[in-house]
Design a binder for this molecule. Structure first.
Ligand code: ADP
Ligand code: MG
Length: 483
């Protein structure tokens, strides 16, 4: 089902392309040795290069280049062995150089692909146009003082990857799915942490609308949207605004806009400057970036298994549904945890425990895979206790809750609380006899055809045995005695 918007003149289609700025994970900046770590006191991580002191020269950071190449490889993209840095000239208070070093005509990475899965289970390939390396700017602080603005240059010179998509996105959901998948790939690769609330991933959202079958119309660019949900809302709000403009007989003009999440609307920021206003030219301080094909090959050989490959393997090796596999693969840590639990055990049981009680416990207690006291080893042991019939499934839930609360090993909890399953048929028979003796009226009803009462008897016996009876043996004993 394709997504459309209804207007007074008929049905409209959204056209959207995203430009994502992803901060490269690296110790130091793109052209200087200053730390690139987030969250330091203002202006404590600024080298003379980052402050653009006269005479300073940029030196390319090999690790940042490697990260860009890894990302390109992870996006199945063409790696350009020859690329070049250009100066993008503009004046702004947070840009002491007066230009940003970027890659304009010759990016390090060319065309690639991001495959997304939508909520109806369908898949779609969204094209990546290019990925290039560039410097981040500093940050202006306008909220520290009533009279003055301050500049923090810690971010100045930090390496960014700008990842530009083709205008292949057709709905807010596709925009969200693309960003989610892109972020997942970057996290798997270890090239960007994807923390949008720290600004290490942000998106410029290009939107236009058209009638079915038409050529593309003029787009607007909604700048610097900092959450996936806001991107989805911005796509929809901007598309609706443009439909209104066209249907009122007006014309959408190309411009840069801002999204206001409190009003759920976009508003004009500035009309789009022409690209040549930036007076791009090759940076004379930097040689072209020439990569060795063998080096690229060795980076490729060391890439981790990526989400799609892992999903496929979880389906084929563990017999999971594609849906379950995708959930378990969402984060690398979750996938690793699952594999540790599933190793040597029934993988479906492992998957069910993780997606059921385990995820619910994380949600309820506000913990993560990293911080929960329930380790993969403990969850695995719990499953072993069920499989070897030490405890039954109902008691296992009780044991699990105690694991979440106390962080103890499941065997210790079972021993301490005396939760071992009762398989002694003498004890089971005794419990069954007592329940039947107390419910002679129900026995008559059962024998007269009310078969549903069987469940009642099971429940009573289990209750009498404090939940610890072996369910199969209890069933068997009841069947015999009721026959
Ligand atoms: P510029 O160089 O002016 O930024 P690009 O051609 O690089 O323009 O496109 C920037 C982004 O805008 C890309 O993500 C692209 O997919 C998207 N885009 C281009 N044309 C349209 C359009 N008509 N509607 C929506 N998005 C578009
Ligand atoms: Mg652009």
């Amino acid at each position: 089902m394709s997504y459309t918007l209804e207007g007074s003149t008929g049905t409209w289609e959204i056209v959207c392309g995203l430009e994502v700025h992803a901060q490269v994970i690296s110790k130091s900046k793109l052209f200087s040795g200053a730390s690139a770590e987030y969250g330091a006191e203002p202006n404590t991580q600024v080298s003379f290069v980052d402050a653009a002191m006269p005479g300073m020269l940029p030196v390319i950071n090999r690790e940042c280049v490697a990260q860009a190449v890894r990302t390109g490889l992870g996006l199945d993209a063409k790696i350009n062995l020859w690329s070049r840095f250009d100066r993008k000239n503009y004046f702004y208070a947070d840009l002491p150089q007066g230009y940003q070093i970027s890659q304009f005509a010759h990016p390090i990475v060319g065309e690639g692909i991001v495959d997304v899965t939508l909520s109806d289970g369908s898949t779609k390939s969204i094209g990546v146009t290019r990925l290039h390396l560039e410097q981040d700017a500093g940050k202006s602080l306008h909220d520290q003082d009533p009279q003055r603005s301050f500049i923090d240059l810690n971010r100045s010179g930090v390496a960014l990857m700008e990842i530009v998509s083709e205008p292949d996105i057709r709905s807010p959901e596709e925009a969200g799915a693309y960003l989610t998948k892109l972020r997942q790939i970057l996290r798997y690769l270890g090239t960007c942490d994807g923390n949008m609330d720290e600004g290490s991933m942000r998106a410029d959202v290009n939107v236009s609308v058209r009638k079915h079958g038409e050529a593309f119309r003029t787009r607007c660019e909604v700048k610097n949207v900092n959450s996936i949900r806001f991107v989805m809302l911005a796509v929809e709000a901007e598309a609706k605004r443009q439909i209104g403009v066209w249907e009122d007989g007006g014309e959408v003009v190309q411009e840069t806009r801002l999204f206001d999440p409190t009003k759920n609307e976009t508003r004009s920021m500035r009309s789009k400057e022409d690209a040549h206003d930036y007076r791009y030219f090759p940076d004379p301080d930097l040689l072209p970036l020439v990569l060795d094909a063998d080096w690229v090959q060795s980076l490729k050989a060391h890439l981790p298994e990526l989400p799609d490959a892992k999903t496929a393997r979880f389906v084929s090796d563990y017999g999971l549904s594609a849906y379950d596999a995708r959930i378990l693969v969402m984060e690398q840590a979750t996938a690793d945890f699952f594999e540790a639990v599933a190793k040597g055990r029934d993988p479906k049981l492992a998957a069910n425990w993780m997606m059921g009680d385990f995820f619910a416990a994380l949600n309820r207690t506000g913990t993560t895979i990293e911080t929960t006291p329930v380790s993969a080893a403990f969850l695995g042991e719990l499953i072993d206790l069920i499989t070897d019939k030490t405890i039954n499934g109902r008691i296992a839930k009780e044991v699990f809750e105690a694991m979440v609360e106390t962080g103890q090993a499941p065997a210790a909890i079972v021993a301490e609380k005396g939760l071992r399953q009762v398989t002694d048929t003498g004890a089971i028979d005794a419990a069954v006899d007592a329940v039947l003796a107390a419910n002679t009226d129900k026995i008559a009803a059962y024998k007269a055809g009310q078969e549903k009462l069987f469940g009642f008897f099971v429940g009573q016996v289990m209750k009498a045995m404090a939940g610890k009876g072996n369910p199969a043996l209890v069933n068997e004993a009841l069947k015999q005695k009721l026959a």
